[in-house]
Design a protein around this ligand. Structure first.
Ligand code: PHE
Length: 346
């Protein structure tokens, strides 16, 4: 039995024939299984002499089946390798890849530009409390400026009884930075902000970058130089001209609105040049000012020792100006064709 079984296994031509043999010999109804069952009826002496022989037969057949299976698999692989070819000159299938969104790209660029000026990046929570978003920024409960922010409030108060909201600007990061790290400070804080407002130029979520410098002897000149240096680098033009106008924010004193000069180039407004020149104009770009002494005090620093400036600028707006995009809402539609159109494809 052993020799015929081994010979037949050796002759099996493919995996199916081999499987049939496995069933024939070792399956539940198989011939070797039947031999095993005869052991039960034998006398103890007979069983002692027969059992090792049957076991050995079973092992030999199982080993032969495994060896033959390896040989058949190897032969099948050989055959496939011999017939299959790969044409490396065929065009690759089109696989669309992602790209960096203009907003993320602008935030990355800002982080790089400001890193060169010694600023690090700070962050704060988007779910903020009333104190950081308003009170510590010199907007007490009854301050009229609160009404201008169209705030999304949460219905509940937190465990310490504070009213929670979606931050309406990145300015609370000013407070968090001063409280956490003291002075001096040089940070920018990019991130999402929320206001209940929606039209072609407003989306309920948008992006700002806050800037904050706290040190000794800081004055408006430092603010103007910093903004000029940043905007020249960002718009990659040396002829960026700024105009500072008196304004009002509760958390800066004095407050300045910053306009940037533009010029008409073939019907398009291109940033650069003195806004007062013919065919030129001014565009409002950002809010800023010297950090209000009260705010420095609220954040736990001595305003007699420390001064500083702060600014806040819309990131989406910066991206629109830099890349000539005209509809803010398209930023948040996720339409690949829009990204392609403005060159944001990999
Ligand atoms: N937080 C202000 C806004 O959202 C901008 C600003 C920031 C103004 C810092 C002054 C200083 O409109």
């Amino acid at each position: 039995m052993r020799d015929t079984a081994l010979a037949r296994i050796e002759e099996a031509g493919d995996a199916a024939a081999l499987e049939a043999l496995r069933v024939e010999f070792l399956g539940k109804q198989g011939s070797i299984s039947a031999l095993m069952k005869t052991l039960g009826k034998m006398s103890p002496e007979e069983r002692q002499s027969e059992a090792p022989k049957i076991q050995a037969l079973r092992t030999d057949v199982a080993d032969a089946l495994a060896a033959r299976k390896d040989a058949i698999d190897a032969a099948a692989l050989e055959a496939r390798l011999a017939t299959e070819t790969l044409d490396l000159t065929l065009p690759a299938p089109h696989a669309p890849r992602g790209s960096v969104h203009p907003v993320s790209q602008v935030m990355d660029e800002l982080a790089e530009i400001f890193a060169d000026l010694g600023f690090s990046v700070a962050t704060g929570p988007e779910i903020e409390d009333d104190w950081h978003n308003f009170t510590a920024l010199n907007m007490a409960e009854t301050h009229p400026a609160r009404a201008m922010h169209d705030t999304f409030y949460f219905p509940d108060v937190d465990s310490e009884g504070r009213r929670m909201l979606l931050r309406t600007h990145t300015s609370p990061v000013q407070i968090r930075s001063m409280v956490a790290q003291g002075a001096p400070i040089r940070i920018i804080a990019p991130g999402r902000v929320y206001r209940s407002d929606s039209d072609a130029t407003h989306t309920p979520m948008f992006h700002q970058v806050e800037g904050l410098v706290i040190d000794k002897g800081i004055h408006l000149g430092h603010l103007k130089w910093t903004l000029e240096t940043f905007l020249k680098a960002f718009f990659e033009r040396d002829d960026i001209v700024l105009r500072l106008r008196p304004s009002y924010f509760p958390f800066t004193e004095p407050s300045v609105e910053v306009d940037v000069g533009w010029q008409d180039v073939g019907g398009r407004r291109v940033l650069g040049g003195d806004g007062d020149a013919p065919d030129h104009g001014w565009m409002e770009l950002l809010g800023s000012g010297m950090v209000n002494a009260r705010v420095i005090g609220f954040a736990g620093l001595d305003p007699k020792e420390w001064q500083g400036f702060a600014f806040g600028v819309g990131v989406d707006r910066l991206a629109m100006l830099k890349y000539g995009m005209d509809d803010l809402r398209a930023f948040f539609d996720g339409d690949q064709r829009w990204l392609d159109h403005y060159g944001f494809s990999p």
